[in-house]
Design a protein around this ligand. Sequence first.
Ligand code: SF4
Length: 504
Amino acid sequence: MLRQDSSRIDPKRRNVLDHRKTQFASPTYKETQYPHRLNFYETPPTADITLEQFEQWAIDRLRVLAELEACSFRNKSQVETAAHMKPLLEKYLPLESNTSSSSKLSAERQKDHYSHFILRLAFSSTEDLRRRFSRVESTLFRLRLDEDNMRERNAFIQSLNLDWEPVTEDERNKYLPELTATRGLKKGGDDETWYKVDWERVPDLVESRRVFLKAGKAFVPSKELPSMVIAEYTKRLDRALELTARALPRLDEDDRLTPILDHLSKNFVTPDASYSSSTSTVPGAEITARNVDNLSSHFPLCMQHLHRSLRRDAHLKHFGRLQYTLFLKGIGLNLEECLVFWRSSFHKITDDTFNKEYRYNVRHSYGDVGGDSNRRGGGYSPFSCQKILTEHPPGPGEAHGCPYRHFNLENLTALLQQTGVSDPSVLRGVKEDKDNQKFHMACNRVFEYVHKNELKKAKDESIMTSAQLETIVHPNEYFKRSFLLKNLGKVNTGGDDVKMEGYN
Ligand code: SF4
């Protein structure tokens, strides 16, 4: 399906590409027809496309999937997700219905078809990637199914030839009380058409008790067909991903595709872990060891607490050092400066002790020493809120973790007051968030309070995009946004709608 593009392929390698890669270079060409807007992606594409198209289409789909995952991470409802995704889908992966008069129907559907298969290749290598890919692709499918024109949707479902067994008249009469008692079905619902399917095929209907179960079969009313279609889609995709994973080793031979696929899968970062020093550095900020005290006014509470503890004790224990070092690295403090920072902060110990006990760990966090993969990857990524909230809770004498979660209310309130947050309504809100275990919502509440004037200005003057004002789920994002807001007008806030590391 890949056409060589003269601008991308070294002419000397062309023969090699033509003759050695037979399994990929000589597909049976087949023009695919797209009678429906929706696609179960059962048939791999075989027509030619250029390397540029291969890469660009995959990147465009990846932007959509990454944003869908971010929506789920931010707990957006289905309706909110649909509203949020609408402009992005129109921009990156439009799919018009048959009734539209668009002349681009076929091109749009081809891009959708190919990009799905390219990412399937990129994300089938590990179980974690497969699971995430399947989840976001199913969400995308659901979004599209929901907004599909009713007639076209029915035609598409008919075309799937799903082996759902209609419930007979006798069965319907026999189980009428149970069927009418099914949640959501009103009396008189016996006019409904019902289908019998294995209950495993409709797990969400079973979970929400929207179906009657008998002898391993779920009796599904026709109004629930979309749920069945989505479950079927997910099931087939999961199976296909397994098969793709098994076929992957053969693809290693293709040195045109492997680097692109590798790059794509590395960029399918979780929304909470998407920080590298390149995405979180702030233009215009002086990120040096001696400026960390000043910058700390922009830090979230977790990092402010680490900074204060460090200044108080001239020391931090291991996890505190790790969490703080990676955060500082994430805001753009380079290794040299970071070493200066820790050395001057640990002022009660000798150079010798510092060099023996602490220097190596800082260098390791930056990927300056350590195993190959650590070095190649530039060390570790700054911790996300999710990681800080859920891993390694702090023990006695440790200052890492998230104060909204790991402090008791009294200590949390005292810390907030020390950092200038004493408004009773904010403190009440923080208490409620903490009681409801919505720790990062408490953090966002404080952020909004501390930056209320700047946020108003940014919104009124449309200085920052809505994506830039979304819920914060990463300490480095907190810093970046705080710095930008407090320096509105002095620095460029950027403004792409979806950030893809390495692709902007
Ligand atoms: Fe830090 Fe995240 Fe906790 Fe805020 S919610 S204090 S950024 S870990």
